[in-house]
Design a protein around this ligand. Structure first.
Ligand code: ATP
Ligand code: MG
Length: 336
C-alpha cells in the first residue's frame, strides 16, 4: 500500500485491573467502535502498566486480561478490524521507554495532575514506585511505537498525552528526525463519568462503577444506591440537579434531551421523586447493558488467546520497525 493510501492510526489501552465499566464505554469504547473502519486501530491491554501499582498481585492483572478482551468483543470491537494485543508481548515498547526516559524530568512527571491524584488515591505518599511515576513515559512508547495520531480517551488521559507530545518534540529535535508523530486526544460524549458513590471518577481501582458485565439485579441495586440530593426528602421538596449522581448518569446515557430537560426542571421545582428518576435510569441502563451482557456470555473462551496472540504478533512487527527507526535516529544501530 502506498503511503498516501495508508490509514491513520488510532490507539488506546486499558489496564487489566478489573472488568470494563460504563466510564470506559462512554469515555472511550464508543469512539473506538466508530473509528474501526476509518482508522488502523490498535487496542492494547496494558498489563505491564497495571503491574506498576499491582506488582504484589500479578494474578489479578493476568486474570483480567481475558475479562477486558471479552468486554471489547461484547461492545462490538471487531478483532478483524482492530488489532487487540497484550503490552508485555511487545518487549520493544520497553526499549523505547528507556530512550524516552532521558527526555523527561522527574519534576515534570511529579507535576502531572493525573499521576498526582492517583498517588494520593493509592496512598503511596513518599513510597511511589519508580515504575508508577514513570508510566506516562511508557505510555509515550505505546503511542509512538504505532505512530498513533488519534487517542480516544477519557479526560484523565489529557495530561498524559501532553507528556507524550513533549517527548515526541524533544526526540525529533535532539536527534534531528521526524520519526515520531504527535497525537491528539479524542474525548467521548462524556469526558469523565462520576462514580456511583459521587466521587469525581468511576474507576476499576475505586470499585465504584457499573460494569458492562454486571447482572441485571446488580445494576438495579447500584442505581438505587446512588446519591441524589440529601435535602430532597419529600417528593414535593425542590431538588438539586448539580452533583446529583442520577442526573449525571442520565446526562450520559438518556438520549431524549428534551425530556431530560423537563425532568430536571420538574425536579428543581419540586414534585419529582427519586424513585421515578432511578427507575428511569435503571430502564435506560438495562436497555444498553442487556445486549452487551448477552453477547459477552456467548463468547467462546477458547477464542480469546487466539485473538490476543495474533494481535500481539502483528503489533510486535510494527513496534520493532519503529524501534529500528528510533535506534537509527539516535545512531545506535551498531550492527546495521
Ligand atoms: P484503574 O482504576 O485501574 O486506573 P480505570 O477505571 O481508570 O482503571 P483505565 O484502564 O485506567 O480504567 O482507563 C482506560 C480508558 O478508559 C482511559 O482512556 C480512560 O480515560 C477511560 N476512562 C476510565 N474511567 C473513565 C471514566 N470514569 N469516564 C470516562 N472515561 C474513563
Ligand atoms: Mg485509570
Amino acid at each position: 500500500m502506498s503511503d498516501s493510501m495508508k490509514k491513520r492510526v488510532a490507539l488506546t489501552a486499558d489496564r487489566p485491573t478489573g472488568r470494563l465499566h460504563l466510564g470506559h464505554y462512554i469515555g472511550s469504547l464508543l469512539s473506538r467502535i466508530s473509528l474501526q473502519e476509518e482508522y488502523d486501530s490498535f487496542i492494547m491491554v496494558a498489563d505491564t502498566q497495571a503491574l506498576t501499582d499491582n506488582f504484589e498481585d500479578p494474578g489479578k492483572v493476568i486474570r483480567n486480561i481475558h475479562e477486558v478482551c471479552k468486554d471489547y468483543l461484547a461492545v462490538g470491537i471487531d478483532p478483524s478490524k482492530s488489532t487487540i494485543f497484550i503490552q508485555s508481548c511487545v518487549p520493544e515498547l520497553f526499549e523505547l521507554t528507556s530512550y524516552y526516559m532521558n527526555l523527561v524530568t522527574v519534576a515534570r512527571l511529579e507535576r502531572n495532575p493525573t499521576v498526582k491524584a492517583e498517588i494520593q488515591q493509592k496512598g503511596f505518599s513518599d513510597s511511589v514506585p519508580a515504575g508508577f511515576l514513570c508510566y506516562p513515559v511508557s505510555q509515550a512508547a505505546d503511542i509512538t511505537a504505532f505512530k498513533a495520531e488519534l487517542i480516544p480517551v477519557g479526560e484523565d488521559q489529557l495530561p498524559l498525552i501532553e507528556i507524550t507530545n513533549e517527548i515526541v518534540r524533544r526526540f525529533n529535535r535532539i536527534y534531528s528526525t521526524e520519526v515520531l508523530l504527535e497525537s491528539t486526544a479524542m474525548l467521548g460524549t462524556t469526558q469523565r463519568l462520576v462514580g456511583i458513590d459521587g466521587k469525581a471518577k468511576a474507576g476499576k481501582s475505586l470499585n465504584n462503577a457499573i460494569y458492562l458485565s454486571d447482572a441485571a439485579d446488580t445494576i438495579k441495586e447500584k442505581v438505587f444506591s446512588m446519591y441524589t440530593d440529601a435535602d430532597h426528602i419529600k417528593v414535593s421538596d425542590p431538588g438539586r440537579v448539580e452533583g446529583n449522581v442520577v442526573f449525571a448518569y442520565l446526562d450520559a446515557f438518556f438520549e431524549d434531551n428534551e425530556e431530560l430537560k423537563s425532568l430536571k426542571a420538574q425536579y428543581q421545582n419540586g414534585g419529582l421523586g427519586d424513585t421515578v428518576l432511578k427507575n428511569l435510569l435503571n430502564d435506560t441502563l438495562q436497555a444498553i447493558l442487556g445486549p452487551i451482557r448477552e453477547k459477552r456470555s456467548a463468547i467462546n473462551d477458547g477464542d480469546i488467546d487466539d485473538i490476543l496472540f495474533t494481535g500481539s504478533d502483528k503489533a510486535q512487527k510494527i513496534a520493532s520497525q519503529t524501534l529500528r527507526e528510533v535506534r537509527d535516529a539516535i545512531g545506535i544501530n551498531y550492527r546495521g
